[in-house]
Design a protein around this ligand. Structure first.
Ligand code: PLP
Length: 450
């Protein structure tokens, strides 16, 4: 645990962070900075010495938990050997990591292009799809986030995209495979996957020989933890095969054990043509992302130029951290723990749904769950409007949880539960008890007349 700073030094640090640091996606005057001094496992410690359970793995990236000694050692050792090398030369951690990722990803996903993060991975993924197919268009979905660079934000579906528009041409958005709020008025298990028929209709409206790729998060992350119905991903694979469209899986958030499999696509035995990753690849200790492609795409670039490159792509420190992280996932059985603790988590959340009038739906897979807040369970009216102007009571619930020592991520009416994959049952239950109490705020808001 961290040494607490003196009260005056802590207050100064908070004021400086307000004054000098831009906070992402925020109206700056509303930011109340919490300055974290250190962390360990699933625990964070602020500069006052207060402890918080991390139910967000920060940005759903610190999958191995904070300050894992083996990852830190790997970074230190690599820094002493070779701190940087251009992507035109190579180095063992980069090569070994590419081979390791080819081994743990499904099917013939073979060749890795490294980037510094997820947005760049997605930018490169669509460039690869366009170069390989010779087609211009990309289909993504509204409930999606693919990153904050101009192209990646154009690919994204939620309201963050509006700030970048008109954005990148050639992107078309589809409706989602969101059973709790089905856009096609169908009931789960009784439907004919109208969400897939809609995608096929879209392909025909855009021109089957114009569409290079369909990019999806196999389990939607920041847009509400949406697990597709069982036939959706296999159906999407078949649809892409039918029209020669590249299936691009954005596994930036879902990859590396988050859903209880190494990669979320494996929950449905689907092999995408192109897969992007970042975050969990090295648990966020050093920035890293990448794209892995299937053999035919790799073969194509044997005699075609690949247009793309980044100074920090496949940084040796990041690759060394990734190799250590993947070994930690294996040795400490974190993917299995994600699956097992995920079942406990979903069971506990189901019980919470029964207790709280404001909890309309709980869902998820592995340690990747969401709690959807509603005004009314029958009508499913959202407690805070998705894409609306304020975060409303959703933010108040998270603030209350924070005061009680639980750090959570959420957006509008959805709260996310995605702790590090090393969490144990006691820690999970401690965090859930805090959430349970904080949800009373949402119940009170739901009960208020509109
Ligand atoms: N793709 C998904 C699914 C994400 O959740 C994110 C970030 O949250 C990104 C891409 C962008 O990754 P990065 O922030 O590393 O650019």
């Amino acid at each position: 645990m961290a040494e607490a700073q003196s009260a005056s030094a802590a207050i100064q640090a908070e004021q400086d962070s307000r004054k000098y640091v831009f906070t992402d996606w925020s109206v700056q005057s509303r930011v109340k900075p919490v300055v974290i001094a250190s962390a360990r496992g699933v625990w964070l410690y602020d500069i006052h010495g207060k402890a918080y359970i991390d139910f967000a793995s920060q940005l759903v990236n610190v999958n191995a938990g904070h300050q894992h000694p083996r990852i830190i050692k790997a970074i230190k050792d690599q820094a002493e050997k070779l701190g940087y090398i251009t992507p035109y030369l190579n180095t063992m951690p980069r090569t070994e990591l590419a081979r390791t990722i080819a081994e743990i990803t499904p099917g013939d996903l073979t060749k890795c292009l490294f980037t510094s993060g997820g947005a760049e991975a997605n930018e490169n993924a669509i460039r690869i799809a366009r170069l390989y197919t010779g087609r211009p268009k990309i289909i993504t979905r509204y409930r999606s986030f693919h990153g904050a660079t101009n192209g990646a934000l154009s690919l994204s579906g939620d309201s963050r995209r509006w700030s970048a528009e008109p954005g990148m041409p050639g992107v078309v958005h589809a409706l989602d495979a969101f059973c709790y709020r089905c856009s096609f008025n169908q009931k789960p298990q009784e439907c004919n996957l109208e969400c897939l028929s809609h995608l096929e209709e879209l392909v025909w409206n855009e021109g089957p020989d114009q569409v290079a790729g369909i990019m999806v998060e196999p389990v939607v992350g920041a847009n509400g933890i949406i697990v597709p119905p069982p036939g959706y991903m296999p159906g999407l694979r078949a649809l892409c095969d039918k029209y020669g469209i590249m299936l691009i899986a954005d596994e930036v958030m879902t990859g590396f054990g988050r859903t209880g499999e190494w990669f979320a696509c494996q929950n449905w035995n689907v092999v995408p043509d192109i897969m992007t990753f970042a975050k969990g690849v090295n648990s966020g200790y050093v920035p890293l992302g990448g794209v892995i492609v299937r053999q035919p795409i790799a073969d194509y670039f044997e005699d075609h130029t690949f247009f793309g490159g980044l100074t920090y792509a496949g940084h040796p420190l990041a690759c060394a951290a990734a190799l250590a992280t993947i070994q930690v996932y294996k040795d400490e059985k974190m993917v299995e723990n994600s699956r097992q603790m995920g079942r406990v988590l979903l069971r506990e959340l189901e019980a919470m749904k029964e207790r709280h009038p404001s909890v309309g739906d709980v869902r998820g897979i592995g340690l990747f769950c969401g709690v959807e807040l509603v005004k009314d369970k029958e009508t499913r009216e959202m407690l805070v409007r998705w894409n609306g102007p304020t975060q409303g009571v959703g933010a108040e619930v998270r603030e209350k949880a924070l005061q009680s020592g639980l750090y959570m991520f959420g957006r509008w009416n959805i709260l996310f539960v995605a702790p590090p994959l090393c969490i144990n049952q006691d820690e999970l239950k401690q965090g859930l008890a805090i959430l349970d109490e904080a949800l009373e705020l949402a119940d009170a808001a739901a009960a208020r007349p509109t």
